[in-house]
Design a binder for this molecule. Structure first.
Ligand SMILES: O=C(O)CCC(=O)C(=O)O
Length: 136
């Protein structure tokens, strides 16, 4: 599910903190997305930026322009599995409640390929923030 920008006070506080930390105005953010995974569920490797060669690119970037960065925030700690892998750089970030991973990819950086690894035990909750090059 998605929150609207500033929909609830905790969401607004989080958005303000992200803006200050990464020096990207709150207005450049898409609404916060909440994702829930059960055992066996995963997110296949993908890029968060939009491929300029794909039909629909102009429409999806008409508002706010291209995505330039993502913040994945771990809302709980899965019992096993559920990290975020960056196969191009050989990095896996452990999903730990209260921590987050920020990655920027201005210009469509191939090293930003990432995946939500399968949850092996327990469940996984994350909040993802996508940031655009212009107000969204
Ligand atoms: O579940 C994860 O660790 C990654 C989530 C993700 O790739 C995304 O929200 O774009």
């Amino acid at each position: 599910m998605f929150f609207k920008l500033g929909e609830l006070p905790p969401v607004a506080r989080l958005e303000q903190r992200i803006a200050e930390l990464f020096d990207i105005p709150v207005s450049h953010g898409e609404g916060l997305q909440i994702l829930h995974y059960l055992p066996g569920q995963e997110y296949q490797p993908h890029y968060d930026w939009f491929d300029p060669g794909q039909p629909g690119y102009a429409a999806i970037t008409a508002r706010g322009g291209q995505r330039i960065a993502s913040v994945v925030m771990y809302l709980n700690t899965p019992e096993a599995g559920g990290g975020t892998a960056f196969p191009e750089v050989g990095l896996t970030v452990t999903a730990l409640r209260g921590s987050a991973v920020y990655f920027a990819y201005e210009g469509g950086d191939a090293s930003s390929l990432h995946a939500g690894l399968p949850v092996q035990r327990g469940e996984k909750w994350i909040a993802t923030k996508w940031l655009r090059e212009r107000p969204y």
